[in-house]
Design a protein around this ligand. Structure first.
Ligand code: ATP
Ligand code: MG
Length: 646
């Protein structure tokens, strides 16, 4: 369901913003016509130990080589910490809010410096050198940030594994990158429940001979098993370490981190990002997309285990000297007003979350939102999936009191930072559209044969040229990098996402290309049908996939989760079918609706449609890699009711 209502930029927002509509156009045009000049200038937002003389050196053909600022030398940690000390040693860097509302703390830039440098020395003492890999398996506690920055400081490559992952997923990721050190905690705390991290790590590390050191943060004080010689307590090691640790001079193209994608479409890929271009891009997008100004309190609710946490909790904000809020808990603990309570408590100005969270909170109604004032809020953001117009409008009117612009930011682990997004002072928004490209980004839409499609159109979303934040390779597998991203449409970076461009040149992500359904020769984006379903007052969430259909080629199979208090019935099923026909047209008529008490999601909250496709097609034996699922029992339930249907 596309929604063409235009929400203009409020005058007051445009007046105070870094970029208004005119400036956006000027800057964008220059970024495309003169990338060397544009990025050469903006690269200077960082402190360089040795300034670069070259800017862009990239090729999407042949062996695919992406180099930015290639003769520059810098250190990412020094840019996020040291350089802020003269002006803001006593300013909050990380504002940490615990799982329990009774716990929070402010960590200043000078405290950040102290913690990071000491941990860096601990790593060094355990033999970690530039280029070595360190796996971080921590809950959302400040030590996760210290660990990432400590690695960056000494040139070690961090691989953060989300604390909700199983021992098996952790093992795969440690083995893939061959870490020598794992940093974990006794237990994590989420929604009042303890999560056994050390016990998971112990289990995983049974088959990880590369690991000789496990650094354990004491979070809950719960009992842990101890391996002498391998395990050390974080607090003991830190107390004994010096805070004298000069930052390692790193080439702009030296690796900064590896991060595995969330696995929505298959086996996770070890995405490798390097230092200079990544940090320029993360900090610049953070400033412009969130219109960050000195003194703002900024909150991104992602976990540091995802790229959003890397770029927009840690690297982007800290490179900009911001106050970044880090939240240990979950949106519905102690109750579903927690987000809004935290916003009031810490006077949050900028709030960035995911559609999955918005939909979940929408289910609970306006009450929990309206109990809190939210008057400090100035800007709202969304990331992770297409946001259904229904959810967008709720976010806008209920959460933002129609006052706050929404930035719907489209990007990927691979892209390092936001690629398609409104800028709050420059771009009028449309609910459900990620709108326009960020500086230096050249989106193109191609048909299945790779022909460029012009004007208002729909097809496969590619990016025609490199931007500084782009991933450089799949760790240890450059061939897979080339195959996955550059072979489908020669010479272009293929995103894997489908996309529509409207008459105003706005981009609408229609979902993964694999999820596009072909009904009697008509291409339908799953996102569109899902949004129509979610717009029905009784529907909380929906996932739509294609399945083999004798007559139409593909039929539309919809999994539907109802709002709290609603019960499935044949009547409601008919009502939903009629509703979708009315919203989109007869071509989008769902052939089958299956009631789904829950949907299979990745740990980052994305619906895994590839599994739903298999269930719909009755291929229950071939579900593929399900290790990144948040709750595997959801799948069993869906398979059971599919089988009962026959
Ligand atoms: P994998 O690559 O392993 O299948 P993944 O694609 O879910 O996992 P991420 O890099 O976390 O891993 O997610 C990027 C994808 O998320 C995008 O390709 C897109 O499909 C979706 N996405 C992110 N933000 C948006 C957005 N604002 N609008 C629409 N889709 C989005
Ligand atoms: Mg992906």
């Amino acid at each position: 369901m596309s929604n063409n209502t235009l929400f203009p930029v409020p005058d007051a927002v445009a007046a105070d913003a870094w970029v208004d509509a005119t400036k956006y156009q000027q800057m964008y045009d220059r970024s495309i016509s003169d990338p060397d000049g544009f990025w050469g200038e903006h690269g200077r937002r960082l402190d360089w130990i040795q300034p670069y003389t070259k800017v862009k050196n990239t090729s999407f053909t042949g062996d695919v080589s992406i180099r930015w600022y290639e003769d520059g030398v810098l250190n990412a940690c020094a840019n996020c910490v040291d350089r802020h000390l003269p002006a803001r040693a006593d300013q909050t860097a990380i504002l940490w809010e615990g799982d329990s509302p009774s716990e929070h703390k402010h960590i200043t830039y000078s405290e950040l410096y102290d913690n990071v440098t000491r941990l860096a020395n601990v790593l060094k003492a355990r033999g970690v050198k530039k280029g070595d890999r360190v796996t971080i398996y921590l809950p959302m506690i400040p030590e996760a940030a210290y660990a990432m920055l400590a690695c960056a400081r000494i040139g070690a490559v961090h691989s953060v594994v989300f604390g909700g992952f199983s021992p098996d997923s952790l093992k795969d990721r440690v083995q893939d990158c061959g870490s020598s050190v794992v940093i974990t905690a006794d237990e994590g705390l989420r929604g009042g429940r303890k999560v056994g991290l050390k016990v998971n790590a112990d289990q995983a590390l049974k088959s990880c001979p590369s690991v000789d050191t496990v650094i354990v943060v004491r979070r809950t004080g719960g009992a842990v098993n101890w391996v002498e010689g391998r395990d050390i307590w974080y607090h003991e090691a830190l107390a004994a370490a010096s805070s004298d640790c000069p930052p390692e001079p790193m080439n702009a193209e030296d690796p900064l981190f590896i991060l595995y994608t969330s696995g929505s479409t298959g086996k996770p890929k070890g995405v490798l990002h390097t230092t200079g271009g990544y940090l320029v891009y993360a900090s610049m997008t953070h400033q412009y997309v969130f219109d960050y100004h000195e003194g703002d309190v900024y909150w991104c609710t992602a976990d540091v285990g995802w790229v959003t946490g890397h770029s927009y909790i840690l690297y982007g904000p800290l490179a900009n000297g911001a106050v970044t809020l880090m939240f240990e808990g979950v949106p519905n603990y102690p109750d579903s007003g927690r987000f809004w309570e935290v916003i009031d408590k810490h006077k949050v100005n900028i709030f960035y979350t995911a559609p999955t969270a918005i939909r979940a909170l929408m289910r609970e109604g306006e009450g929990p939102v309206k109990r809190h004032s939210r008057k400090s809020l100035r800007l709202l953001g969304s990331v992770g999936e297409p946001i259904n117009p229904e959810a967008w409008l709720w976010y806008h009117s209920v959460v933002g009191d129609e006052r706050c612009p929404i930035v719907d930011t489209w990007w990927q682990t691979e892209t390092g930072g936001i690629l398609i997004t409104p800028l709050p002072g420059a771009t009028a928004t449309k609910p459900g559209s990620a709108t326009l490209p960020f500086f230096g980004v050249k989106p193109v839409i191609v048909d299945n044969e790779g022909h460029l499609l012009e004007g208002a159109t729909e097809g496969n979303l590619c990016i025609a040229d490199s931007w500084p934040g782009q991933m450089r390779t799949v760790f240890g597998d450059h061939e897979r990098f080339k195959q996955t991203y550059f072979s489908t449409f020669a010479g272009k970076y293929f995103t894997g996402d489908g996309c529509r461009r409207d008459e105003d040149g706005y981009y609408w992500i229609t979902g993964r290309v694999d999820d596009v359904i072909n009904v009697s020769g008509h291409r339908l984006g799953t996102a569109e049908v899902e949004s129509a379903l979610v717009a029905h007052p009784k529907v909380a969430e929906a996932a739509v996939v294609g399945y083999p259909h004798d007559i139409k080629g593909q039929g539309i199979y919809a999994y539907v989760t109802l709002n709290a208090g609603e019960t499935p019935s044949e009547e409601l099923r008919k009502e939903l079918v009629a509703w979708v026909r009315k919203e989109i047209g007869p071509i989008a008529t769902p052939d089958l609706i299956q009631w789904a008490p829950g949907l299979p999601k990745t740990r980052s909250g994305k619906i895994m449609r590839r599994i739903l496709r298999k269930i719909a097609a009755n291929e229950h034996e071939a579900l593929g890699d399900t290790s990144t699922l948040a709750d595997p029992t959801v799948v069993t339930d869906l398979v059971d009711s599919r089988m009962n249907r026959g």
